[in-house]
Ligand binder design. Sequence first.
Ligand code: IVH
Length: 673
Amino acid sequence: MKPTSNIKKRAEKLRETIRYHDKKYYDEAAPEISDFEYDRIYRELKDLEERCPSLKTKDSPTQRLAETTGKHFKTIPHRVPMLSLDNTYSFDELKEFDERVQKGLGGEKYEYVCELKIDGVSIELVYLKGELAHAVTRGDGEKGDDVLANVRNIPGLPVKLKGSSVPDRVEIRGEVFFTRKDFEAINEEREEAELPLFANPRNTASGTLKTIDPAEAAQKPLHILLYYVFSPGKLPFGAQEDSLEWLQKMGFPEDEHYRLCKTIDQVHGYCEEYQARRGKIGFDCDGVVLKINRFDQREKLGTTSKIPRWAIAYKFPAQKAETTLKDITLQVGRTGAITPVAELEPVLLEGTTVSRATLHNEDEIKRKDLRIGDKVLVEKGGLVIPKVLQPFPEKRTGKEKVFKMPPTCPVCGSKLEREEGEAAWRCENAACEAQVERRIRHFGGRDAMDIRGAGPAVVKQLLDEKLIRDYADLYSLTELQVAELERKAEKSAQNLVGQIEDSKGRTLGRLLFALGIRHVGVHVAEILASHHKDIWALSKASEEELSVIDGIGPIVSRSIVVFFSKPANIKIIKKLEKSGVNLKRLKEEEPSGEQPFLGKTFVFTGELKGYTRSEAEGLVKKLGAKAAGSVSKLTSYVVAGEAAGSKLKKAKKLGIEVLTEDGFETLVKKYKG
Ligand code: IVH
């Protein structure tokens, strides 16, 4: 068919849009549209080009992969191009794919291996003479960045392949990703440090792989799963299933989810099963990849210029729903930042009811042109926090209202301010009730002073009853006052006084984080603590002195100096000091050059005799390890004290090394020398 000028224009527009989004996705790791939307646009262009072949230009995004490589890494060509897969959202098309396979194999028997399509960042590992030599990103499909330094510390990734049957060169492809839990923890920390949040686990993984400092990347709990092994030499297997078993034998993390399917109906069953389970597997996956099991049959089917004929991706339908934006309310954070929140008509998404979603800031509302009363599209996207994607302007009745930021704080009424270059409006009144409440909650938080009983309800009650006015007042609470709360059946308040007492001995790093200094997250607080003998030494440091510390930038330095210049802050620190709260650097926080446990993850369970949980965690962290709360395949050691329960069981099941307290001490001594 000959294209009309309208069709030509449409195709050009689609190309331009795809190029724009390719750049956002591949170069900037900051996609603006969902995969679903991208696929829709891509398909429309492909369909147009198929109907009117003269539209197929050489530079059309359908003819080549997006070009991209970063500047900080060495560019390495892929010996075999990293192709993408054909994909579909429909079972009928899977059946058509199967019919093509049947025909292509001329009646031979064949099987599929179904795997989850992990929504991470693809990577190619190159092993030369059994040693990990390169880890190359996909880049433009022909060449990518060698990000080996950031990949080699991923727990469970062997840097040497064992055994004699390994060819000189082996290439293994897979996906690097974050679990949802780890992603949320990273974002929580960024939120505390007032850094922009990552949009999703995949962007975070992409950003981490491109981190310039490998030590920084090593702190992040990246995961890897491999799904494609090939070599110019002879491999000791000839089918996908055997290759996955071989990977496991070589020490790579195990894929617990793949399945051999004998018929397309079994494939269908697998897709439906995982579509229903996708929210519960712990990481983002956006579909299923089905692959012909036998390599010789793959060869027979071959590859078109851009996609293999032996594999296809079935994509899960997007988890989106339409609902009404009933209102936009405002939340006041601990630093006074005002966050607009979408109040939605409750709607069921992925098994949970969604009725609120953050709108981040005023500009975001303007950019999306969201109006109160609009019909909107919301997405759960595997994330815990749902997102409002867009309004449906065509469904407006005329009654919708444009949102306007009020001039004053909704809680205390003081004037809102917005600094140049900042996205958030702020309530500058440090005594604003909402801020005070959030500050106290933050002070007692898990990564701060860890006062478990001081949850949101208890803090609110303590404030309402005027038992406290700031976090330092927690230390003057009496058993009697708390008993009153307990009587009111506040179960979490039980033993609150004991917990508050315990918190007096926390590390300087925890205290610095607990104070809620802007831009000081957990990590920055630990760095600051390791460089100052006590809080008073830090309070006297100048901006210049602070900004020479590795990991402390000018914004953080400025913020620290401003914090200590305010008499109210000095007053509250003195109040803490008087109550007996530790303001000094503890021994375990002293700087250490050696990081022998880098890349290792410890889980402590049960009761230890010689250490509190936080002391033991501090000790391994100082040696470069991570301390996690739950056991997974990526745990390096589980240290089991008295009365260890389910975590110990899980460690045994997963075959993870379990240490007694004595064993732990021996290990630490060995490394500390
Ligand atoms: S196989 C030639 N298997 O999905 C076959 N890909 O368009 C190569 N992906 O960029 C791909 N999980 O990064 C394969 N189990 C899996 C996968 C998977 C995720 C990604 C891969 C590729 C894209 C396919």
